[in-house]
Design a binder for this molecule. Structure first.
Ligand SMILES: Nc1ncnc2c1ncn2[C@@H]1O[C@H](COP(=O)(O)OP(=O)(O)OP(=O)(O)O)[C@@H](O)[C@H]1O
Ligand SMILES: [Mg+2]
Length: 404
């Protein structure tokens, strides 16, 4: 296992995590800045979070807290004036020979990164206004991804064999003999199928594209495949996008939900769909969302972000039953509850700070009711307060407090 050990962190348990085979993506102390005319925007100030194989991880937090920049940094898609300054993004890759290898995505070559982006980690920016490409039919776009990323040679050969077998049933005499000989030849190729022709690939990819559209529960998939993106509703376009992202069989799918692009019900449906597909496709998922209700229903793990930092990270049930960071409690309290009168809803005071001059110490301190002098001066360490429950806070709340 080739792992770079130049970790920023000194915590022992984190070093162990780096080698944990159940973790497919280990983001460690990631720092990303934007160099603007107004000053340096310190967008990510040491983001640490893990995605385990088969998990659905939610990244939640208010607008501007760094969710999209985290996704883009993982994919190395941060454009100028942005720059990834530090950290590690360790991805558990599977080599063609089946060997599992850990790679720091911030260190691999651009060529390898392109390969990973196309085949291993897929990102759906949930802005269906700009994707998919408006000038090509939905089915053709998905088929193109399939043709590019999937080896269809075995399927094409199997199809040929099936149609030959069918033909043999209706043939006799010398024709049947000819077919039998041909069938035998084709069966011998099964162990190493020949490269199909372009037209065979195109036909097979198109058929698979319709399968993908069916997989994402697209109504009338075959007809939709022949339509252009503008002919679809927002929700259908979203499904088409997901079908496209999944067509390369990624190990990780990242879905970045734009604030306004879709209405809440469509978002919830899309996220539920992703979760259902996860087991069918053996992929792990990162969902970026504002909707904590959706998180509760669809995600296994949650990372709560505040001003460029993951302030709390644990499994979903634990986060909802025992939130430890005051910011998380504030977020949870802000979920409208049917039993509570609207005017009584608690809100977190203030807004997300300007990240050019972020608050010193704990970035949340100006909005925190528990803040002390220490919070202003020093950033809290990332600590495992309960097993698997990580928090950055000088004044952790929750059940631990009640135990004291
Ligand atoms: N190209 C850029 N130039 C300058 N600053 C940027 C750029 N992109 C992002 N930022 C800054 O980085 C911070 C994090 O932004 P990000 O887009 O990750 O927020 P977010 O959590 O995804 O918000 P939202 O929920 O609204 O999508 C913000 O302060 C934002 O202003
Ligand atoms: Mg965003």
């Amino acid at each position: 296992m080739a792992i770079d050990e130049t970790s920023q962190s000194t915590e022992k348990s984190e070093t162990a995590l780096q080698l944990d085979p159940t973790i497919v993506l280990d983001v460690r102390d990631l720092k990303t800045n934007f160099y603007t005319y107004e000053g340096v925007v310190k967008a990510l100030d040491g983001v640490t979070v893990q995605l385990r194989t088969g998990d659905t991880l939610a990244l939640v937090g208010e607008t501007g807290c760094g969710k999209s920049v985290t996704a883009k940094s993982i994919m190395r898609l941060v454009d100028s004036p942005g720059r990834i300054e530090a950290g590690q993004v360790i991805f558990q890759d599977i080599e063609p020979d089946g060997e599992h290898v850990f790679k720091d995505l911030l260190k691999v070559s651009e060529a390898e990164m392109r390969e990973i982006r196309g085949n291993k980690i897929s990102i759906v920016f949930q802005d269906p206004a700009t994707y998919p490409n408006p000038v090509f039919k939905i089915g053709d776009q998905i088929a193109e991804v399939i043709a590019l990323h999937q080896d269809l040679s075995l399927e094409i050969l199997q199809d040929k064999i099936e149609s030959m077998e069918e033909a043999l049933k209706h043939a006799d005499g010398p024709t049947a003999d000819d077919i039998s000989i041909r069938l035998e030849e084709l069966r011998e190729q099964l162990s190493s199928p020949p490269k199909p022709t372009d037209s065979e690939t195109k036909k097979a990819a198109k058929r698979k594209a319709i399968e993908m559209l069916n997989l994402v529960r697209m109504p009338s998939a075959a007809e939709i495949a022949n339509q252009y993106p503008h002919e679809l509703s927002g929700g259908m376009r979203q499904r088409a996008l997901i079908a496209m992202s999944l067509s390369c069989n990624p190990r990780i799918l990242i879905a970045d939900e734009a604030t306004t692009a879709l209405d809440v019900t469509v978002q919830a449906q899309v996220l539920k769909l992703l979760n259902e597909l996860k087991s069918e496709l053996d992929a792990s998922i990162i969902i970026i969302t504002h909707d904590l209700g959706v998180v509760a229903e669809t995600c296994t793990q949650v990372a709560v972000m505040y001003a460029g930092v993951v302030v709390e990270y644990t499994n979903t049930e634990e986060l909802f039953s025992d939130p430890i960071h005051p910011y998380t409690s504030g977020l949870l309290d802000a979920i409208p509850k049917l039993t509570v009168k609207v005017e009584k809803l608690s809100q977190i005071m203030g807004t997300v700070p300007n990240l050019i001059n972020p608050p010193t110490g704990c970035r949340f301190h100006p909005r925190c009711e528990f803040a002390t002098e220490q919070c202003k001066q020093q950033r809290p360490p990332r600590e495992e307060m309960k097993p698997g429950h990580w928090v950055e806070c000088w004044h952790p709340q929750g059940s631990m407090l009640r135990r004291k």
